[in-house]
Write a protein of this length. Structure first.
Length: 319
């Protein structure tokens, strides 16, 4: 049985679905999320157990191992950035990580996967980003600042204890259950506006979006499957894996897919070219390690992803 902290969250719920499809059963923790996605509903009480957990509560965390036969952990839970005082924010996330590491060690789990981010590569010039590239010691945002520290700490614990810890450097993820707007990329806003029959707004304080801007925008069902494959692989050759599409997707490609899926939707009116303040080259992840060690290949190209997301939104699902 695989424990997923934050298992009813955006990426967590899709990882759970992918693990179920691979024949696993799951314990999903939640702290503030009440809803259970429809694509997990039929499994609740059968192959899926949902329990409340504050991951900073050490005793409550360790108690899971007394009540469930946990064979692996996917640690995705964390305090949303900007919701707490900066010191409290780091403390909450650090306590959650340390409790996951302690639980994995005490329970003797086979593998602990820990969420990191593509943001740790900010400042790296060579594209695509490869896991073995040296990372800058600076971070322009709290998320990569903590994730770099978490990777170092988790890897150190693994090397000293023999625990298998895998760091997951996750790309920009979008799709069902995701936020309708992101401060990092334009895709969610483009799709949600089209479904509402509106022209997407990119006026301040929103970040401007140009047709030529792009990045490694991975559909959430692909990211969930990649994480599930890494968690269940018979053996892995590395401690760190990129989780993404392995390619650049531009806003123009997304807008074109939206026109195909929703021909009557208003035009996105994205300015041509690239944002003059953007880097000269769009960043994306090299997923060679992921492919070689798990056989993963993205199942969703841009049009299929847009079509799937639009169908989900029109069905009246959450967000």
């Amino acid at each position: 049985m695989i424990l997923i902290t934050g298992g009813l969250g955006f990426i967590g719920s899709h990882t759970a679905r992918a693990l179920l499809d691979l024949g696993e059963s799951c314990v999903l923790t939640r702290h503030r999320t009440a809803r259970v996605p429809a694509f997990l509903g039929d499994e609740i009480g059968e192959r899926v157990i949902v329990e409340d957990l504050d991951v900073t509560d050490r005793e409550a965390f360790l108690d899971f191992g007394k009540r469930h036969d946990i064979s692996g952990i996917v640690h995705l839970a964390g305090a949303p950035i900007g919701t707490l005082d900066p010191v409290d924010e780091f403390e909450v996330n650090l306590r959650g990580l340390l409790n996951a590491l302690r639980a994995a060690s005490e329970w003797g789990v086979r593998r602990l996967c820990v969420a990191s981010t593509i943001g740790v590569y900010v400042g790296v010039d060579d594209v695509p980003f490869r896991e073995d590239v040296p990372l800058p010691m600076t971070a322009p945002h709290p998320i990569p600042a903590f994730k770099k520290s978490a990777e170092l700490l988790a890897t150190s614990v693994a090397e000293q204890s023999g625990l298998e810890v895998v760091n997951l450097r996750i790309a920009a993820i979008w799709g069902p259950l995701g936020r309708p707007e992101s401060v990092f990329f334009a895709v969610p806003r483009l799709v949600h506006a089209a479904v509402r029959g509106e022209t997407p707004a990119f006026s301040p304080p929103r970040r401007p979006a140009y047709a030529g801007d792009g990045g490694d925008y991975c559909y959430v069902k692909d990211s969930g499957r990649a994480i599930a494959l890494l968690q269940t692989a018979e053996s892995l050759n590395h401690r760190t894996y990129n989780v993404g599409s392995g390619r650049v997707t531009t806003n123009a490609e997304v807008a074109a897919a939206i026109r195909t899926v929703l021909p009557d939707a208003p035009a996105s009116d994205l300015p041509d070219g690239r944002n003059p303040t953007a880097p000269a080259e769009d960043a994306y992840l090299d997923i060679t390690r992921l492919r070689e060690d798990t056989g993963f290949e993205p199942a969703y190209d841009v049009e299929r992803a847009v079509r799937d997301y639009v169908t989900w939104l029109k069905a009246g699902q959450e967000r």
